[in-house]
Design a protein around this ligand. Structure first.
Ligand SMILES: NC(=O)c1ccc[n+]([C@@H]2O[C@H](COP(=O)([O-])OP(=O)(O)OC[C@H]3O[C@@H](n4cnc5c(N)ncnc54)[C@H](OP(=O)(O)O)[C@@H]3O)[C@@H](O)[C@H]2O)c1
Length: 326
């Protein structure tokens, strides 16, 4: 099969297509004939050497795929050969075949293409685990999402709407702000033009938000705490501006805040399967009915994975980028 290899240089041009053996599905696993593979922020970090794969995971890039079940391993009960699925992969998605545990796959939501479906798992598993499981976002609450136009950001907007929460986002341009509001955000703040803490104070009549989903870190950490109201929750999923800061914890005590975060990739098969089950129950039907949407920005042939990474790093995109594998 063809797959992408990267390194030893950290840049996008170090990615190239190579020939490799087709992986074997083990017990409880399925082999997927990959049609499309999603591109995610963590792929960039892994390529740059900042996010090594956890022990036992494929070192090949790619955390989500969509395609056809080509073969099932021993004890697989949930899928049959020929089923069309979208799946969270432990790695190895940038390839013609990819092995995943059966409990990490979902059906392609009705009305969505395989290309669209390939862009769902990584962002939806992540936003569900962080906004629902960790932050306990409830109906009627207010959410602030940084990076609102990212793959993660758009899924967070959709999840907030699904749960009956208000959602505000920060973005780096007026075009992204317009897109996010059209997509369902209640307000979008261009962080290059205005201070998000001040805008959140205005929008919420000085009350603040209940939950912040942060992928920026650095100077945002203290500001996030300022934007939160009493009993608020700060959830961190990335530190694009760094994870080390001088930080005043006093507001955490005064406002009874909770500070948390998580990563998806190192979780156990059972933990990811539990998230899959929740998505299947709570989110997939709404995607199938068109009540919530995803947004595919562009599709690149597997051979142009470097270009897809360059676009993602430039932040020109809105929503998801996917690779067409066959
Ligand atoms: N913890 C986990 O389990 C997990 C799982 C998946 C992804 N992630 C992380 O989540 C982030 C998003 O992933 P993705 O795949 O959706 O990538 P992406 O589409 O490339 O998103 C990155 C976003 O960061 C925004 N950004 C950068 N600096 C910012 C700032 N100062 N203020 C506000 N926004 C800023 C960019 O928007 P602008 O152009 O508007 O600045 C861009 O939309 C990545 O950092 C990724 O590593 C974490």
């Amino acid at each position: 099969m063809r797959r992408i290899e990267h390194g030893p240089e950290p840049g996008p041009d170090s990615m190239r297509v190579v020939q490799a053996p087709v992986p074997e599905p083990g017990d409880g696993e399925i082999l997927i004939e990959v049609h499309f593979a999603g591109v995610n922020g963590p792929d960039i970090a892994q390529r740059q050497g900042r996010y090594p794969p956890p022990p036992g995971a494929s070192p090949v890039l790619g955390l989500e795929v969509a395609g056809r079940v080509a073969r099932t391993g021993g004890g697989v009960t949930q899928w049959r050969e020929g089923d069309l699925v979208a799946a969270l992969a432990p790695g190895g998605g940038y390839a013609e075949y990819c092995v995943v545990p059966q409990g990490h796959a979902l059906p392609v939501p009705s009305g969505l293409s395989l290309a669209q479906a390939a862009g769902l798992p990584e962002t939806w598993f992540t936003v569900w685990a962080n906004l629902v499981d960790r932050a306990g976002l409830k109906s009627g609450e207010r959410l602030l999402v940084h990076g609102g136009s990212s793959g993660i950001g758009l899924a967070a907007i959709a999840l907030a709407k699904l749960r009956g929460a208000s959602v505000f986002v920060t973005v780096g341009s007026a075009d992204k702000a317009r897109f996010c509001v059209e997509f369902g955000a209640d307000a979008a703040i261009d962080y290059k033009q205005e201070d998000f803490v001040e805008r959140i104070r205005q929008i919420t009549h000085k009350e603040g938000v209940d939950v912040v989903l942060d992928m920026v870190g650095g100077t945002y950490l203290q500001k996030n705490v300022s934007a939160l109201r009493r009993d608020g929750r700060l959830v961190m999923i990335a530190f694009q501006q760094g994870s080390k800061v001088e930080f005043d914890f006093l507001p955490v005590m005064i406002k009874r805040l909770s500070v948390t975060g998580s990563t998806m990739r190192p979780r156990s098969v059972a933990e990811k399967t539990a998230i899959r089950d929740a998505l299947l129950r709570e989110v997939w039907p709404a995607l199938g009915r068109g009540e919530i949407r995803s947004h595919l920005f562009a599709t690149y042939p597997l051979e142009q994975a470097s270009e897809a990474h360059r676009v993602m790093e430039s932040s020109r995109h809105i929503g998801k980028l996917v690779l067409q594998v066959r």
